[in-house]
Each structure stands twice: as C-alpha cells, then as structure tokens.
Design a protein around this ligand. Sequence first.
Ligand SMILES: Cc1cc2nc3c(=O)[nH]c(=O)nc-3n(C[C@H](O)[C@H](O)[C@H](O)COP(=O)(O)OP(=O)(O)OC[C@H]3O[C@@H](n4cnc5c(N)ncnc54)[C@H](O)[C@@H]3O)c2cc1C
Length: 413
Amino acid sequence: MTQSFDIAIVGGGLAGGLAALAFASKDFSCAIIDAGDPKKMRTAGFDGRTTAISYASARVFRRLDLWDQIAPHAEPIRDILVTDGRAKSRFDEGTVSSFHLHFDSRELGDDQPLGFIVENRILRNVMFDAIATHDNITLIAPAKRSATQFDSASAVVTLEDGQEIVAALVVAADGRMSSLRAAANIKTNQWRYRQTGIVATVAHERPHDGVAQEFFLPAGPFAILPMTENRSSLVWTEKSDAADAYMRLDDDKFRIEIENRFGEYLGALEPAGPRWSYPLAFTLAQSYVAPRLALIGDAAHAIHPIAGQGFNLGVKDIAALVDVITEGRDVGLDIGALTVLQNYQQWRRFDSAALALGTDLLNRLFSNDFTPLRIARDISMGAVNSIAPLRTFFMRQAGADIGTLPSLMARET
Ligand SMILES: Cc1cc2nc3c(=O)[nH]c(=O)nc-3n(C[C@H](O)[C@H](O)[C@H](O)COP(=O)(O)OP(=O)(O)OC[C@H]3O[C@@H](n4cnc5c(N)ncnc54)[C@H](O)[C@@H]3O)c2cc1C
C-alpha cells in the first residue's frame, strides 16, 4: 500500500509528536511513523523521566493549544539553587561549598517561572490525544522504517510490513541512534560519558516551594526537580558501574542513599514509583539536513542532561523548521529542496552545537573532585551569583529566550 503526504516523520517520541502537531498547524499533511506501540508508550512504565520545559518552549505548547491539558500537571520552577560538594557516606561526612548560585525567577520581572517540570508520560499522552483527532496527521504505529529512498521529486519511506510512504520531506526524529541519519550517510561526533542517569520520583514531608536544586557531586550532578502533588523528580548522575549497584538496592537502602545526597531540607522522603536508568552519551550530527531530509531532536543532538536542555533544543528545531518550510512553500518552493533546508541548518546547527558542547564542558568541570578545579569553579559560581546582569543572562539562556526566536516561540507582545 502506498500513501502520500507533504511530510513523513520517522519517530513518534517527544520530538516527532510535537513536530507533527506543529507542521499540521500550518496545513502540512503528515505521517508519523513509530516502531513502538502507542498504547505502551502512553503508560507510566514506559518512561519515568520528567522534562524541565523552558518558558520559551512552553510558548510553543501554548500556541499549539496543548498547554491547557499540560498545565494542571506542570510545576512552575520559581528558583534554581546550584551548589557544589560531596555527599555524606560511610567514609565521608560530606561537604557543601559556601559558594552557590541562586537563580530567582522574580528577577526576570515578568512574573514568569524559570520553566516547568512535567512528567514525560503527561507530554506523550497529551500529544497522542491531539494527534488522534487531527485531520492532517496519520499515525502509523507500531511500524518500523526499513528503507528510505531520496529522489529528485520525492522521498519514499518503506516500512517493514511493505507499506510505502511518499513525501516531499522526511523528518528524522528517530532518536540518538537514528538509523535514518545513518542511511543518509550523515556522520556524527559521539562519545559515551561512562555515567548513567538514575531517575526516580520521591514524595516528601515538607513543601518544595517550586525550588529546583542541583548539587554537583564528584560522580556527577544530582538534581532535585519540583513536581506537582508535593513530589520531586531525581536525576542522579553516577558513574555507570556504581549506578548499576544503586539500581539493585532495596527501597530502604536506596532511600538512605538519596537522603545522604538530599540532606534534610524536604523532611522525610518516600520513593514514589519505580527507578529508571539511562546510560548517557553525546551525539552531534555533522549535518542537520540532506536533500529531502531534516534531522530534529536527539537524532540531531543528544546531550548530557546536566542542564535539562535536550528536549528544549528539539522544540526550537521544530519551531525553526516550521518557519523555514512554511516560508518556502508560501513562495512556491519545494519544501524538500536542499536550498530551503539549508536555512534550517544555518539557524539551528551552530546554536545547538554550542549548547551541546557547553553542557559537555560543564559536566567535565563539575564531575570531579580535583581541589584546584573545585576552588576555581566555586569562586566562579560565587562571582556569577553576585552580579545581577550575569544571573539574568543565565536565566534567559536556560529559558531558551535568546537569539532569533522562531514564530511559535516568539515573546507575547
Ligand atoms: C535522564 C535524562 C533526563 C532528561 N531531562 C531533560 C529535561 O529536563 N529537559 C529536556 O529538555 N530534556 C531532557 N532530557 C532529554 C530528552 O529526554 C530527550 O532529548 C528527548 O526525549 C528526545 O526525544 P526524541 O523524540 O528526539 O527521541 P526519542 O525519545 O529517542 O524518540 C525516538 C523515537 O523514534 C522511534 N524509532 C527509532 N527508530 C525507528 C524506526 N526505524 N522506525 C520507526 N520508529 C523508530 C523510537 O521508537 C522512538 O519512539 C533528558 C534525558 C535524560 C536521559
């Protein structure tokens, strides 16, 4: 069977799902293809992560009429506290540096939080619901892409069951290990971190007051992110061999390890739900485009979660690509032509590569216990903390509210 669309999106994760809704809002017809079963992808057991959505990314969800369904489950981040130190253990009393960074959303002056913490489960469900009712989107899943042919007039995506999808443009949203990127001969720069992100949710006695904490420990950052219903999401980066051992601990021992890192500021803690672990790696595609192909999300750049920016980069990719191809179509150009797609590459590649490498550097600077480096970074943190314009600059960076913003992300006037 052969079906034709303006755009074929391979990958129905967070990036692919949002891309389909964004393209469809500009009247492009889209097929979205995912190897996974959407029923399973909607369940709590599929993905235990939360996403820190920057306030600029939240505007995209608003403009696509998705935010009203997300908002009841989105916890605003009012403050971010960053500290450096060592966790308490049998061998160490633990230390907390006297230098710290405090980002206060009130300093931005427009009563806007620094971002929102939302469970990935909620984001996926809201997107799948919207996709199911959209006339311009056809979800084809579970269905695995097996081959793709790029021709001068169109591209053909072949699925394992023999179906063929013909489109003017193919969007690779098939994640960090993108087979579509490889099929187009696009090379990557990549390395493993030998770190694993342990993710868990905890309920706690005291309110978090919308404060996100990032505690830099020698093995990697330990983030405590405020969630709705007075819960917090942990993103605990550990050396991979130690992470495997922590994952095997029983609930009581795991709670003690968390408490050693959390301290007591949230009172008694209770693990709420299972734990997940994600081996961490860096991947940056050397090109984001090829004739009739554009890469978005983790297929273009998979980065360390230290700054909670991976998906936010993908949201900006999507918003930029929407502008580029809508403009192309409106002046009668072929949306799959390389000359059109190069505008997307120009807009996004340098910006996302800089952020990807910045997060890599941050992780290398902080994930160690080398005394001279520790002293230097603590003094730098103290310095940034004491200069208000620098604090505001970093808050706008983290909010993705800088540079040329695509129309779906532009500030409300
Ligand atoms: C521990 C951790 C915490 C994070 N926290 C944050 C955060 O706070 N904020 C933030 O912005 N980002 C965060 N991120 C990053 C974010 O989770 C990712 O950037 C995002 O999920 C990537 O989405 P994606 O859709 O690009 O890729 P994926 O989620 O990998 O989706 C790819 C999809 O493609 C499908 N697929 C693959 N191959 C095929 C094929 N051949 N045929 C059909 N379908 C296929 C797969 O089934 C999958 O559904 C975090 C990441 C980690 C690991």
